[in-house]
Design a protein around this ligand. Structure first.
Ligand SMILES: C[S@@+](CC[C@H](N)C(=O)[O-])C[C@H]1O[C@@H](n2cnc3c(N)ncnc32)[C@H](O)[C@@H]1O
Length: 232
């Protein structure tokens, strides 16, 4: 795949047809649900400076760690089920960090039960986005992000809505945004074009037409600011 140049995005529609930029990979494109690294690159360029401390509390294959190294940011990556040695085991709801100690947080959480990440019962990927338990778990996660982030600094959450046949549509993006709004000031909402394998398969499109539903064509990227030390 020919990769375009990595540039700073200037509109609210972001598109980059590869999980990683340059000649090397950031994180692992084969990790299920790996974040496209240009998203993290763009966020760090805008909302952080060199030597700032960046945290990804659901670090997966380590994409955030690798982008931070490329841009000379300090970084700590946590995950319930560490994929690499430089990822620290922790539950996102209880991070081993001091309050108000982090300059920027990026998080790409599970969006319901579509991917199996681990057998750990604390894995948020075992919770259906059609049930309240998922949103309660994500609320605790957002509160913990609020606790560890410094005042006047930013966080970004990347997520997608969920539609499964014979189940109600789950507007995960709007639900998570309204939880975050209780704590943070909204800065912007970006739509990121999805380039996953499902979208390349013709029969998925035929099925979507026949079943009168839509395939997920974009992810939300919510950018939020912690304005005050106390909840809004
Ligand atoms: C969408 S993936 C993150 C992908 C990652 N950004 C990357 O580029 O590889 C979501 C991650 O959340 C982790 N996770 C699920 N529940 C968790 C919890 N309670 N605490 C910490 N991590 C959790 C999963 O193990 C999985 O690695």
């Amino acid at each position: 795949m020919k990769k375009p140049e990595l540039t700073l995005q200037t509109t609210t529609l972001w598109d980059y047809p590869s999980q990683h930029y340059g000649d090397r990979m950031q994180g692992d494109q084969n990790y299920p649900g790996a974040t496209p690294s240009y998203i993290i690159w763009n966020l760090l360029k805008r909302y952080t400076r060199e030597r700032d401390l960046v945290v990804d509390p659901m670090c997966g294959s380590g994409t955030t760690i690798d982008v931070c190294k490329d841009l000379s940011r300090r970084v700590i990556g946590f995950d319930l089920s560490p994929y690499r040695e430089d990822i620290i085991p922790a539950d996102v709801r209880n991070l081993p960090l001091r309050s108000e100690s982090v300059d920027f947080i990026f998080i790409d959480p599970p969006y319901g039960k579509n991917i199996h990440y681990s057998d750990d019962p604390r894995c948020i990927g075992t919770l259906s986005a059609n049930e309240e338990g998922y949103y309660r778990a994500m609320e605790l996660c957002i509160r913990e992000i609020y606790r560890v982030l410094k005042t006047q600094r930013y966080m970004a959450l990347y997520c997608c809505d969920s539609f499964q046949k014979k189940k109600p549509f789950a507007p995960i993006g709007f639900r998570l945004f309204s939880i975050m709004e209780q704590w943070f000031i909204p800065v912007d909402i970006i739509a990121v074009v999805r380039h996953n394998r499902t979208l390349k398969r013709r029969h998925y499109h035929t099925e979507a037409e026949r079943g009168n539903y839509f395939l997920r064509g974009f992810n939300y990227l919510f950018i939020m600011k912690k304005e005050t030390k106390h909840k809004k």
